[in-house]
Design a protein around this ligand. Structure first.
Ligand code: FE2
Length: 392
């Protein structure tokens, strides 16, 4: 019995990584700073809404992660506790909604802190990394998650500026889908989901376990702007019969009449490259779970369950795809010991799982077992919808 429990705990722990090269560390850390090219200190300071964070905060928080959780240096920077996101076991985080008030430390001070921490982590890595290697790997995976969040938050901030600024001329946006959608059927059967292999995964992808699936079909690709526009034009946002109760309330309270960032005429959308014509063949993006669910009901379909998605998964997508699955622990899940136990496990309530990846997910960051999660009202992530349906 004890041995079985021990095995279960081992399976649920984050997988060991093979080692982190100094080159990879530098490449990933530099990529975050590269995302800020062309931004002013003012751009990096402002906070667009309580759920989003300033660019400067992302630069600082990812550094805080290495400084506090890898190097163990809570006292190294006098302002370090300001950039604790939610790790209550190591201190009291500064309120999320007030991150934009942190005009000090300056952007230059934050960048200097990054360099200091990088020097220390690189010194560790050059000595082989030792016991810190797995935490450094986690820090890099965390850094990549924040690279995507930084762009989503920045887009939301700039979208509220009447000048409609473009922050980068070659801004990433979802690639167009040329082929018409088709249904890919799957018979009833037992499948295994969860991380399988030796590479890195987050604790929430474990343990691998069996799930029974009823006969169903998944669409071959996500819904496009052109397809979603038909829902808008058909009065989809005005028909309460299509909406979950909470979704209808959120749509009324927020005045939702079309996807976030679409113009009133539904002919253009705000992008990281400023306002651009709406491309009908591009995957519809910046949808909440509620909008994705209402659309699926309008078509006479439903959203995929995460096990269906994973069993039929292709790979990295252009938009995150909402699933109908609540973000919950897999059978046998154990949160890691210590502060890193706060990374994923404590959010397993009131959120939905998204699968896939998006056009702003760093290359190589995701895998078929990857579980992203957001509350159902969230619209500012690069999230879209793939349809599913039951088969008789
Ligand atoms: Fe974080």
């Amino acid at each position: 019995m004890l041995a079985a429990l021990r095995n279960q705990a081992r399976d649920a722990a984050p997988r060991k990584c093979e080692g982190v090269s100094p080159q990879r560390y530098v490449a990933i850390r530099s990529a975050t700073v590269d995302l800020c090219e062309g931004l002013s200190a003012d751009d990096c300071q402002a906070q667009g809404m309580p759920d989003a964070s300033p660019v400067k905060w992302h630069l600082a928080h990812t550094t805080w992660f290495f400084d506090t959780l890898v190097l163990g240096g809570e006292a190294r920077a006098p302002f370090a506790s300001l950039f604790n996101s939610y790790y209550r076991s190591v201190g009291a985080p500064w309120p999320r909604a007030q991150r934009g008030l942190l005009t000090r430390p300056s952007l230059d001070e934050v960048l200097a802190w990054r360099e200091r921490v990088d020097r220390d982590v690189l010194a560790l890595l050059e000595g082989g990394g030792g016991a810190a290697t797995d935490h450094i790997e986690l820090g890099l995976q965390h850094e990549q998650q924040h690279q995507e969040l930084l762009l989503a938050d920045l887009k939301h901030l700039l979208s509220q500026n009447p000048l409609r600024p473009a922050c980068r001329p070659t801004a990433p946006r979802p690639r167009a889908e040329a082929a018409p959608p088709r249904w890919i059927a799957r018979p009833a059967g037992l499948v295994e989901i969860g991380h399988n292999g030796d590479g890195f995964c987050f604790d929430n992808e474990l343990p691998r376990h069996r799930v029974w699936l009823e006969p169903h079909a998944l669409a071959s690709r996500p819904v496009t702007n052109g397809e979603f526009l038909e829902f808008v034009r058909d009065g989809g946002y005005r028909n309460p019969l299509l909406w979950l109760a909470d979704g209808w309330e959120a749509a009324q309270a927020g005045g939702w009449q079309r996807p976030l960032y679409w113009s009133a005429a539904c002919d253009s959308a705000f992008t990281l490259g400023g306002d651009q014509p709406l491309r009908p063949d591009e995957p519809a993006c910046h949808l909440s779970y509620y909008e994705a669910d209402a659309y699926a009901r309008w078509v006479g379909a439903r959203l995929p369950r995460e096990a269906e998605w994973e069993a039929g998964a292709a790979s990295h997508g252009e938009v995150w795809e909402w699933t109908a699955s609540a973000y919950a622990a897999y059978p046998g899940y154990r949160a890691p010991a210590g502060p890193l136990g706060e990374y994923n496990g404590k959010f397993m309530c009131n959120q939905l799982v998204l699968r896939g990846g998006s056009c702003v997910t760093p290359p190589g960051h995701v895998r078929p077992s990857y579980r992203n999660f957001f509350p159902p009202h969230a619209r500012w992530q690069f999230s879209g919808v793939r349809l599913a349906k039951d088969l008789a």
